[in-house]
Write a protein that binds this ligand. Structure first.
Ligand code: MG
Length: 249
C-alpha cells in the first residue's frame, strides 16, 4: 500500500478516534494500582472504548486476544492482559487502539505503579521526551529520517537504548499503513513528509540493550537482557504548520 494523504474530513474522523484513545488511556492511568490484574485494565479499556461508540482496534488483529496491550517491566510491547498482578515499582505500558467510523487512533503511555525508582522515572521521561522531539520534527517538507533521528538521538543522549526492531507507522483506515516510522535514523534521509499524512509515532526505550526477544505466546516482545522498557505513542497528522496530535484530550 502506498502513502495515503487524508482530507480534512478524514483527519477530523481520526481525531474522534484519537480522542477516544486518549480518554481510555486517561481512564486506565487513573485506575491502575497495586494488586490489580492486567486483565482488569483490559476490561476497563474495552468498556470505555465501546462507551464512545468505537471498537478496540487490537482485538482480533492478526488474532490478538485482548482489547489492549499491557506490557509490564521487561515487556516492551504487545503484552497480553491476563492474571499477572501489578506490584509496587512496576512500569506498565498501556497501548490502546480504537476504530471510530472506520478510522483508527493509536496511542500509548507508560505509568509507574506506586513508588517507582528514580532511574525508571528517568526512563519514562526520556521516552516521553523522545516522542515529543519526534512530533516536533514531523512537519511538511521534513524527511522521515529527521523524525527518526530526533527520537533516537534524544533517548540515547539520556543514556538509554532505543528499540530498532519495532517502529511507528502510517495509520488511517488501517491500523498499520505505509510508511514505517523507525525510532532511529539519519537526518535528510527517507521520504519527504507532506500535509495530510497521518502517522503513529511510538518510541520504545530500554534501560539495557535495544535487542528484543518474543515470548513463547508469540506476541509479547521483551528486552533480550531483562532490562526495563517504556513506550509512549501518539497518532499525529502533518499540517501546514507542523504536527497536529490526534490522540490528545
Ligand atoms: Mg502503534
Amino acid at each position: 500500500m502506498g502513502i495515503v494523504i487524508k482530507s480534512h474530513y478524514e483527519i477530523a474522523l481520526m481525531r474522534q478516534a484519537g480522542r477516544i484513545v486518549a480518554l481510555t488511556l486517561a481512564k486506565l492511568a487513573s485506575s491502575v494500582r497495586v494488586g490489580m490484574k492486567t486483565k482488569e485494565l483490559d476490561t476497563i479499556a474495552g468498556e470505555e472504548i465501546r462507551k464512545h461508540g468505537a471498537i478496540p482496534s487490537f482485538l482480533g488483529y492478526r488474532g490478538f486476544p485482548a482489547n489492549i496491550c499491557v506490557s509490564v517491566n521487561d515487556e516492551i510491547v504487545h503484552g497480553i492482559p491476563g492474571d499477572r498482578v501489578l506490584k509496587e515499582g512496576d512500569l506498565v505500558s498501556l497501548d490502546v487502539g480504537a476504530i471510530y467510523k472506520g478510522f483508527q487512533g493509536d496511542g500509548a503511555t507508560t505509568v509507574g505503579i506506586g513508588r517507582v525508582s528514580p532511574g525508571l522515572l528517568e526512563l519514562m521521561e526520556a521516552t516521553k521526551g523522545a516522542l515529543d522531539e519526534g512530533i516536533k520534527a514531523a512537519r511538511d517538507g521534513a524527511h522521515l529520517g529527521d523524525v527518526s533521528f530526533a527520537i533516537g538521538q534524544y533517548a540515547e543522549k539520556k543514556g538509554f537504548s532505543v528499540v530498532r526492531e519495532y517502529s511507528g507507522h502510517g495509520i488511517g483506515t488501517n491500523l498499520h499503513e505505509d510508511p514505517q516510522v523507525p525510532n532511529m535514523g539519519v537526518r535528510g534521509q527517507g521520504m519527504v513528509l507532506r500535509r495530510g499524512m497521518t502517522l503513529a509515532i511510538e518510541p520504545m526505550v530500554n534501560t539495557g540493550t535495544w535487542r528484543t526477544r518474543v515470548a513463547p505466546n508469540m506476541w509479547t516482545v521483551l528486552t533480550a537482557d531483562g532490562g526495563i522498557s517504556a513506550h509512549f505513542e501518539h497518532t499525529i497528522a502533518i499540517r501546514e504548520n507542523g504536527a497536529d496530535i490526534l490522540t490528545a484530550l
